[in-house]
Design a protein around this ligand. Structure first.
Ligand code: DP6
Length: 346
């Protein structure tokens, strides 16, 4: 930490291949099923957060992507309170520091709330920065989960599993690493930005409505995901791309089937998203084996997983079929970055 108590952290986005969708506890953010994700390289998609507290700050302040925002978000307040409690229990900083107001400045280098996992990177970054600031020792994935469920997976690099857990206090609902970012060096993610508009229904609301109204979500959580998660971990460890890709696409399709089974239905994918799905299946058929997988979160943007050798051909196909697309990018796997110190923007 620098003399002015500033900490800056860069955290990566993760894109799930077995999706988290549905909570059993809204306040503690406890999911109804396990999920698996890949953490992407921070050079292209990442969140960056600086925190700073000083005795002369008169109020808590928050800047999101350069805009001053009110410090009232219950999830943010919850994370801060929890971290300060831990700091008090662990006596990790001088008690006076805990009474100082805090300034938080966070920015993403990709569209916020367009179904591109911005909350995952944002909350992972925030809790890692606060934990360093207050010098606490704890399971960071549990803390990040309290901010946003998917954030608990962004505290690890590489291939990550979030165990839903069974405890009612959430003490076993945490992420673990399946394999680190060097395990499958040929793996690439290709992000196709179909739209950078803010999504009409947030993941939080979409999944809450699904739990209330969809019958299919119960079947998914109970019968499909447990088997699928084990098979996915096995495919990752064996580097079996065909199996990995098939499970990834089936799981994305099931998530969006649940969205349609929700009442009223929640439609995230657009005609362009469906054209991407068609393109991937046509390409795989042409190759005679699965070479590319698509996955869609709560938005129209596609994440394609493929191996490095197939990137040039798939990019050419995309340029041919979607000539106006200009914001597609390819990335590898990544990790949370070393903490650095930096001046707060004001
Ligand atoms: C479709 O983590 O954004 O991206 O826990 O309510 O903050 P909250 O939801 P969030 O949901 C992400 C859902 C998803 C699937 C996934 O990342 O596993």
């Amino acid at each position: 930490m620098d003399p002015l108590n500033r900490v800056t952290v860069v955290a990566p986005v993760n894109i799930a291949v077995i999706k988290y969708w549905g909570k059993r506890d809204e306040k503690l953010i406890l999911p109804i099923n396990d999920s698996v994700s890949i953490t992407l390289d921070t050079s292209i998609m990442r969140a960056k957060t600086t925190v700073c507290s000083q005795p002369d700050f008169s109020e808590n302040q928050l800047w999101l992507n350069g805009i001053k925002t009110s410090f009232t978000n219950p999830r943010l307040l919850n994370c801060l309170e929890k971290i300060k409690h831990l700091a008090a229990d662990q006596q990790s900083v001088d008690p006076a520091v805990l009474s100082w107001k805090i300034h938080i400045c966070s920015e993403n280098n990709f569209p916020t709330a367009a179904g591109l996992a911005s909350s995952a990177a944002g909350y992972a970054c925030l809790v890692i920065a606060l934990a360093k600031h207050y010098k606490i020792k704890t399971d960071l994935s549990i803390l990040a989960r309290i901010g946003s469920g998917s954030a608990c997976r962004s505290v690890f690099g590489g291939f990550v599993r979030w165990h839903a857990g069974v405890e009612s206090d959430g003490s076993d609902s945490r992420a673990t690493q399946i394999a680190d970012s060097s395990h499958w060096p040929e793996m690439r993610a290709l992000i196709l930005v179909v739209s950078d508009n803010k999504k009409h229904t947030s993941s939080t609301i979409g999944m809450m409505n699904a739990v209330k109204t969809s019958d299919l979500i119960k079947y998914r959580a109970e019968y499909c995901v447990p088997k699928r998660t084990d098979k996915m971990c096995e495919a990752i460890l064996k580097k079996d791309f065909v199996k990995f890709a098939e499970l990834t696409m089936k799981d994305s399709n099931q998530l969006h089937a649940i969205c349609l089974d929700t009442y009223p239905p929640c439609v995230y994918m657009t005609d362009v998203s469906h054209k991407v799905v068609e393109m991937v299946h046509a390409y795989n058929d042409m190759c005679g084996e699965i070479k590319v997988a698509y996955t869609f979160d709560a938005g129209p943007n596609a994440c394609l997983y493929l191996l490095n050798a197939d990137v040039p051909r798939v990019l050419t196909l995309i340029k041919h079929l979607f000539p106006s697309s200009s914001s597609d990018f390819v990335t590898g796997l990544g990790d949370v970055e070393e903490t650095e110190t930096e001046f707060l923007k004001s």
